[in-house]
Design a protein around this ligand. Structure first.
Ligand code: ZN
Length: 167
């Protein structure tokens, strides 16, 4: 493989225009197909760390398959983040059924996302783990475009213009 120095590569501070498809357990869980590609500044943690790391050195037009283990994706499943909560602690308007997603306020006033994973006669099992925790992530990505971020974009921490912020 020759290294054509005329080609810019993905590195910190570059705006990357990326198409991606994420598969978990052989099912597509997220994709840019049929939507806009994502645009972000490389090196700022806009995408998950394990994937960002794999993009370094890629050129425009290049595609790649990336497999990311849970530790570098959404983390391992934390058993302590799975709780059985008595049904009478839930407000009436919340449908107590498997798959319901809700926000729970902690004693410190923080809001956390949780999901109901099962329902027993008197209690409901709440899972505070990320839905993709413990999962191996299979990405296929394609770098469409790479350009240098402007000083303003670096300062704001996001991409301006088409596909980015319009201000
Ligand atoms: Zn801005």
């Amino acid at each position: 493989m020759s290294d054509d120095s005329g080609n810019i590569k993905v590195s910190d501070g570059m705006v990357v225009d990326l198409d991606y498809t994420l598969k978990v357990d052989n099912e597509v869980v997220d994709t840019s197909e049929g939507r806009q590609p994502i645009k972000f500044i490389q090196g700022q943690g806009y995408i998950i760390e394990g994937l960002e790391k794999e993009l370094y050195g890629m050129k425009a037009g290049e595609d790649k398959q990336v497999v990311i283990p849970p530790e570098r994706g959404y983390g391992m499943v934390n058993e302590e983040a799975i709780l059985d909560v008595p049904k009478d602690e839930f407000p009436e308007e919340i449908p107590l059924q498997q798959g319901t997603e809700l926000k729970v306020e902690t004693q410190e006033g923080e809001t956390m996302d949780a999901r109901i994973t099962s329902v027993a006669p008197d209690s409901v099992r709440l899972d505070f783990n990320h839905p993709l925790a413990g999962k191996e992530l299979h990405f296929s990505v394609k770098v469409n475009e790479i350009r240098e971020a402007t000083a303003e974009e670096i300062a704001h921490g996001h991409v301006h213009g088409q596909g980015g912020h319009s201000h």
